[in-house]
Design a protein around this ligand. Structure first.
Ligand SMILES: NC(=O)c1ccc[n+]([C@@H]2O[C@H](COP(=O)([O-])OP(=O)(O)OC[C@H]3O[C@@H](n4cnc5c(N)ncnc54)[C@H](O)[C@@H]3O)[C@@H](O)[C@H]2O)c1
Length: 269
């Protein structure tokens, strides 16, 4: 698919693996210049592998998105390089690693890190890159939210709350950036078999009596057939494809929206 992104540049935060990596790959496939950022040092390897199959320039940087000073230095470093960055994707995320049902099974101390990474990391990125994006004639910012944002999911309350907050913040960003022709959107993935998803299963499994514990594959098969009308798991590539579409001119009138890529788990009227 040629979406006309070959002169564009993108920063994908949370790109060492999982959904963020698949998003970076889709931008690379489109020939865009891609900066992969992640707290995990494997991001460098991930970027090197991508270089081999892309026409765009690819670089990997280690970044803790919760550290505002580091985020600001990345923004000024890319400005110095005169990088053609005009799209940003925030895909970093963590859960509490605990099964949060009912909510009092968690402690208030389980909340700050989850809010810090899922919400404040995205806020840091938006602040640090706002002056940069404003100088572009066209561009976009995309936040990876979750269907958990839209249904008061009981699985991990701080995670759901952080994701709901990011959807709200995305709408503010969309309004404030609109006069600059910069669009902001969110994608809410449904169920994707990544490290993060496995941590949800692990937290659930730990809480079951020994006889009720299940291997991940069994838990996963039952879960998806129960909650997903299409009856299948989503893939990281599904999110990557939606991400490049939203960045492209094919979506030039789409802003302030949350697009669910979830096999129909959530349906809006
Ligand atoms: N997997 C799912 O089913 C699912 C469903 C809905 C939403 N999501 C969301 O999709 C996004 C990607 O999740 P995933 O499933 O690919 O998980 P993942 O664990 O595979 O990837 C998350 C990435 O974020 C990085 N990260 C964590 N903290 C960071 C920080 N402080 N700074 C920079 N990078 C950091 C991790 O190192 C990792 O590479 C997350 O926002 C997640 O909440 C996932």
């Amino acid at each position: 698919m040629d979406l006309g992104l070959s002169n564009d540049g993108v920063l994908v935060v949370g790109a060492a693996k999982g959904i963020g990596h698949a998003i970076a790959q889709q931008f690379a496939n489109e020939g865009a210049d891609v900066v992969l950022a992640d707290i995990d040092s494997h991001v460098k390897e991930a970027a090197n592998t991508m270089v081999e199959n892309s026409d765009g320039q690819i670089q990997g940087v280690i970044l803790d998105a919760t550290d505002y000073e580091s985020v600001q230095s990345l923004a000024s470093g890319l400005a110095e390089q005169q990088h053609n960055l005009n799209h940003i994707v925030y895909a970093a995320g963590v859960g509490s690693n605990k099964f949060g049902f009912p909510f009092w099974e968690l402690e208030p101390t389980d909340w700050p890190r989850v809010i810090e990474v899922n919400l404040m990391g995205a806020v840091n990125i938006a602040h640090a890159f706002a002056p940069y994006l404003q100088q572009r004639e066209t561009g976009s910012i995309l936040f990876i939210a979750s269907i958990a944002a839209q249904m008061g999911s009981q699985t991990d309350p701080p995670y759901s709350a952080a994701k709901a907050a990011i959807v709200n913040f995305m709408q503010v960003v969309a309004k404030d950036f609109a006069p600059y022709n910069i669009r902001a959107n969110a994608i809410s993935p449904g169920m994707i078999q990544t490290t993060l998803n496995k941590s949800v299963w692990a937290a659930w499994n730990e809480r079951q009596a020994t006889a009720d514990q299940r291997p991940y594959e069994e838990w996963a098969a039952e879960k998806i057939s129960t909650i997903c009308p299409l009856g299948r798991w989503q893939d990281p590539e599904d999110i990557g494809k939606m991400a490049v579409f939203l960045a492209s001119q094919a979506a030039k009138n789409v802003t302030g929206q949350t697009i669910n890529v979830d096999g129909g788990i959530i349906m809006h009227s």
